[in-house]
Design a binder for this molecule. Sequence first.
Ligand code: HEM
Ligand code: FPP
Length: 302
Amino acid sequence: MTVTTADPSIMAPAEWRDFLALTKPKVMRLVVFTALCGMLAAPVAIHPVLGFTAILCTALGAGAAGALNQWYEADLDARMKRTASRPLPAGRMERQAALHFGVGLGVFSVVLMELAINWVAAAILAASILFYVLIYTVWLKRRTPQNIVIGGAAGAFPPLIGWAAATGGLAPLPIILFALVFLWTPPHFWALALFVHKDYANAEVPMLPVVAGEAATRRQIGIYTVPMALAAIAPWPLGLTGAVYGIVATATSLIFAGLAARVAFRTTGADDRMRPEKRLFAYSILYLFIVFGALVVDRWVG
Ligand code: HEM
Ligand SMILES: CC(C)=CCC/C(C)=C/CC/C(C)=C/COP(=O)(O)OP(=O)(O)O
């Protein structure tokens, strides 16, 4: 792997901001939120101090995964406009520092989860870190356009982590939440990939729009949205949640389906500003916040 960063011998020490950037804090907010909601939706109330510790471990583990991802793909990040100013490609940090930070944080988060919470939550946390780093980043990302479909499972584990932290086990509801995030990831990512595909093409990453083209990507967004919406709504008819969740999940999923249909059934010209794609991407994030938030509200009012 060729990495273009500044000469480490003339590099100023990385600041805390650079270490924070390694953890991908913006993306990880939603990851941590889904873990928190998985925990609060569980039928067993966890002691607040333990609950806080479990969420902290999840955040640290997710941050570690982000750092190891950036350690491994510094060369790729250097070739994309969106990622070129990250600490490693911009030459503000030595690669070894990122590796030590990522491994240290990852081990610490899993060990603390095992000691303070339980082994089930610790094992799922370890699996999500390893899945994101080894299966997605190292193995699949540069090899197949199905990278995010399979690799996306890593981001679907956090609701299971939250639930397992509270209960010590798993149940049908967190497994449906896993399916929801798993099926949500392709429309979330491919909406963005449609309007940044040049970046991925330049970096030679085989994302779907680069390999299969725009039309196929639009079709796949439409296809994944249907089971995603069904997974979001399913807990209500299955009697796993109440009507508050059911109504919110149905309404927000219908909006998602409407925005996805607009993207799926559209063709674009060279000077297209990709507004529907940008709208779907932005809404995908809001959607998951609302659906998971509704789960907790439903539990409280129910
Ligand atoms: C393999 C799966 C995924 C891929 C490839 C992916 C990719 C991306 C990319 C490229 C961005 C653009 C923002 C950036 O510059 O970092 C982004 C944004 C975002 N993603 Fe994902 N994502 C995935 C899964 C997830 C998951 C599972 C979650 C949370 C449950 C998530 C939450 C977010 C959020 C909250 C943002 C907006 C960040 C901001 O405010 O700038 N993503 N995603
Ligand atoms: C608890 C735990 C370990 C959670 C992990 C959560 C997880 C896997 C989130 C995936 C979200 C993410 C940062 C995708 C970016 O893909 P990318 O790396 O291809 O994006 P980039 O081009 O911005 O680097």
